[in-house]
Design a protein around this ligand. Sequence first.
Ligand SMILES: [Zn+2]
Length: 60
Amino acid sequence: MTSPIPEVAAQPLTTAGQPQLLVVECPRCGATHRHLAAGERRAPCGARYLIDRTPTEQTS
Ligand SMILES: [Zn+2]
């Protein structure tokens, strides 16, 4: 029995180093968390969620 994991939307955040995913509103603490990849993640606050893979935008 696995408890349902909430899905959250993430915005792509491009830094000088590597692209990151920015979870704007954590379902647990309401803060923003940054992650390196989509999928099931554990936030620094202890929350678990599933980061939606954002649709790839066309780059021109
Ligand atoms: Zn949080």
